[in-house]
Design a protein around this ligand. Structure first.
Ligand SMILES: Nc1ncnc2c1ncn2[C@@H]1O[C@H](COP(=O)(O)OP(=O)(O)OP(=O)(O)O)[C@@H](O)[C@H]1O
Ligand SMILES: [Mg+2]
Length: 226
């Protein structure tokens, strides 16, 4: 069965302005992501990978180009609609997990549901389900600093999927981990793609992980080169 793309980006251009002088960071980037696929982005430091993820994550707008999410032209949406889309359709995982240290693992994972307006009971129930799936249920009442780096990153992934997103954007999620934990985090992400039909876009400097993905996008100097 041929799937229609979950996300399409067309001719994205983006520049930073410093003292009125533009630096062109994305020069003409077009790409598609399919549901159920894990795709990696690789390329030298500074080539624009994180910037691209920011735009695809609706955290910023390109200077020109188009982004379609579920065939919806997201650049034409107002900020409120974009926030709703971001909270419901997208999950983010970063190199440093950004768990809230004052909250238990359970509360960290439940937070996006609480923000979306669900009750504590409903959010905690779903958070327990997700933690169970990741083999972390016994850590639910712990605080993040009492977990290993790999466990913390798995909690961050659990938090990213609690609202059942259709796309996970992961910026070097294993950048801070040893090779064993990197493999575990990768296998959690690739399982989410296969079993839950989520699309995963993974920026990584780890060539072995990149090549394990369904597809590798190579960037250089603000462009996709293959
Ligand atoms: N706030 C900013 N103001 C000006 N230039 C910026 C800003 N943020 C990033 N840049 C520049 O934009 C370019 C792309 O940065 P980006 O963070 O997307 O690179 P990257 O491919 O993710 O690199 P890395 O692998 O090191 O994370 C770099 O040249 C960077 O210096
Ligand atoms: Mg980066």
């Amino acid at each position: 069965m041929k799937h229609s793309p979950l996300l399409q980006a067309k001719n994205l251009r983006y520049s930073f302005n410093e003292a009125g002088i533009p630096t062109h960071v994305l020069k003409d980037v077009s790409m598609e992501l399919l549901p159920g696929e894990i795709t990696s982005i690789v390329g030298p430091s500074g080539c624009g990978k994180s910037t691209l993820l920011y735009l695809l994550g609706l955290l910023d707008r390109p200077d020109s180009g188009d982004i379609f999410l579920h065939e919806k032209d997201v650049l034409k949406c107002d900020d409120q609609t974009r926030t709703v889309l971001r909270n419901h359709k997208l999950g983010f995982v970063f190199q440093f997990h950004f768990l809230i240290k004052e909250l238990s693992v359970l509360d960290n994972v439940a937070l996006p549901m609480r923000k979306a307006g669900h009750s504590a009971t409903t959010s905690h129930k779903k958070a327990r389900n997700v933690l169970d799936k990741f083999g972390l249920l016994d850590k639910a009442s712990r605080f993040p600093h009492k977990l290993s780096g790999g466990e913390q990153q798995r909690v961050a992934i659990a938090r990213a999927i609690i609202n059942s997103p259709s796309l996970i954007l992961a910026d070097e999620p294993t950048g801070n981990l040893d090779s064993e934990n990197s493999k575990i985090v990768y296998s959690v992400l690739s399982k989410l793609a296969t079993e839950e039909n989520i699309s995963v876009l993974l920026v990584t400097h780890n060539i072995e992980l990149a090549q394990s993905c369904n597809r590798v996008i190579r960037m250089r100097d603000g462009r996709i080169i293959e």
